[in-house]
Ligand binder design. Sequence first.
Ligand code: DCP
Ligand code: MG
Length: 373
Amino acid sequence: TECSPPTAAANVSQYACLRRTTTENHNKIFTDVLEELAENSEFNESKGPCLAFRRAASVLKSLPSAVHCLGAIQGLPCLGEHTKAVMEEILIFGRSFKVEEVQSDERYQALKLFTSVFGVGPKTAEKWYRRGLRSLKEILAEPNIQLNRMQRAGFLYYRDISKAVSKAEAKALSSIIEETAHWIAPDSILALTGGFRRGKEYGHDVDFLLTMPEMGKEEGLLLRVIDRLRDQGILLYCEHQDSTFDMSKLPSHRFEAMDHFEKCFLILRLEEGQVEGDGGLQKDPGESRGWRAVRVDLVAPPVDRYAFVLLGWTGSRQFERDLRRFASKERGMCLDNHALYDKTKKLFLPATSEEDIFAHLGLEYVEPWQRNA
Ligand code: DCP
Ligand code: MG
């Protein structure tokens, strides 16, 4: 059949921050496969191929319509030979043999299963695999394995926290935490961030920022919120990290490095009656208890860093990576969750809103719901 390249192809940028990507993905049949290949590369510590597959998936997510032939992707950035070969297989056979090979690989299956447990990263998963372990049951039955506190919580609430969190559940948690924070400090500010701020219907956790309108007043607030959640009987697990934020340090080049603000990783108990709408609580059919466990992240930056943290925690990961890459490669600037630094002028660029940061970078503002790269 006739196939002409989309006229828009020439205008698609290699940077996700110069594209607009909503939650509506017209090329899911390709991006699901490419992301699975990226994950496999990550398990094999092939950083280059991993990034290449993720970038390719991200470009395809930004397209306004489905790709029906290879001609349609001519001129698009970030689509390498491997990606094109995978796409060709899917276009011709309706499936990818390459990804099926990966999916049937014993090591891939085990690492994917192990890393699905809260608190288990690729290193631990690899260690368990090398010991010959293949299932979660085998790990729990192995007497020589010492699980840390986070991993024990991960196994304890595995069924609940591997189930997606709905928007209605995120809203319910938002009300609960907001009420708790306001009970302690009436002028505290709570903001929903992460995937739900980008308009996603489901997420793996719920991410919030918590701060105070006056500098320094945020100190101690997070710990008091945690105590109050515990008193209410809804705190199932809490890992609290103190702030290691140092104003004088330059922004970090390493994307994967965690930011330095005070934060906590929680598992909260959400009651059925607290969730509005027909969906109600996301749980197994036949599950009789009227509550579920949900993963929640709370970050508590000082208010003068608020815009940077909001931008950093809204994501997507690919959008964040490209914002930083753009800042560095195209502007000679350094951006992270704490600050924006102009390396030529040797100057920190202050910001009170996300719009300020885009403006400093000479970028058109991209709305949160357009950052699903
Ligand atoms: N983030 C960060 N540093 C970290 C962890 C996350 O800067 N150590 C940022 C990038 C993410 C955002 O926070 O896009 C939220 O992280 P999540 O892993 O919760 O990702 P999402 O909310 O986008 O997706 P999900 O629906 O899986 O929760
Ligand atoms: Mg999230």
